[in-house]
Write a protein that binds this ligand. Structure first.
Ligand code: GLN
Length: 192
């Protein structure tokens, strides 16, 4: 199995380090041809407008959309925004996931925070009971999801922070910035 990480901007190096800990072969993706031979792709956190503009500049938009038709893709934070179909403003989006996202939704005074989440699918897939400790940095929320999208996790006030549509995964938080490999393990179960 070989997993690519979109390496245009953001914390792609942390995702690669997590995948290496799981003994997965990795590749940095900067050009369309770098998608060849990959079984799945992670789009990291960072700044979604910048990631989108660079993807346009490197002619990656259509190749990424096509890749997502057949292969697993996981977006963390800015990556989740880039995967979505609606952010209520004009910026390049892949539109692969039927989710509406609100950027920077947790407000300036709490730009960053950490909290424990109960994620039944994650516990089941990894055979563990420990809650998932999630790190949010200027995080988006998933405002609404389409009928074919499953909500995986919400913060205590009910706002959605993780969702899955078949082999596509979106998280508002950053598993790559923790020591917990379970979310990466969960993503690998979606890879054919
Ligand atoms: N606030 C960023 C955005 O809207 C996302 C932040 C992140 O990826 N940590 O693109």
């Amino acid at each position: 199995m070989k997993i690519g990480v979109l390496a245009l901007q953001g914390d792609f190096a942390e995702h690669i380090a997590m995948l290496k800990r799981l003994k997965v072969e990795t590749a940095e993706v900067r050009l369309p041809e770098h998608l060849n031979g990959l079984d799945g792709l992670i789009i990291p956190g960072g700044e979604s407008t910048t990631i989108g503009k660079l993807a346009v500049a490197y002619n990656l938009m259509d190749p990424l959309k096509q890749f997502g038709q057949r292969h697993a893709i996981w977006g963390t934070c800015a990556g989740a925004i880039f995967l979505s179909k609606d952010v209520s403003r004009d910026q390049p989006l892949l539109g692969l996931m039927d989710i509406k996202v609100q950027r920077n939704a947790f407000g300036r005074q709490v730009d960053s925070f950490e909290t424990d989440l109960d994620i039944p699918e994650l516990k089941q897939a990894t055979g563990t009971e420990t809650p998932y400790h999630a790190v949010f940095i200027r995080a988006p929320i998933i405002e609404s999801v389409g009928d074919n999208v499953k909500v995986l996790a919400s913060v205590p006030d009910g706002r959605i922070v993780a969702a899955q549509q078949g082999h596509l995964l979106a998280t508002s938080f950053h598993p790559e910035l923790t020591n917990d490999t379970r979310f990466h393990e969960y993503f690998l179960t979606l890879v054919d």
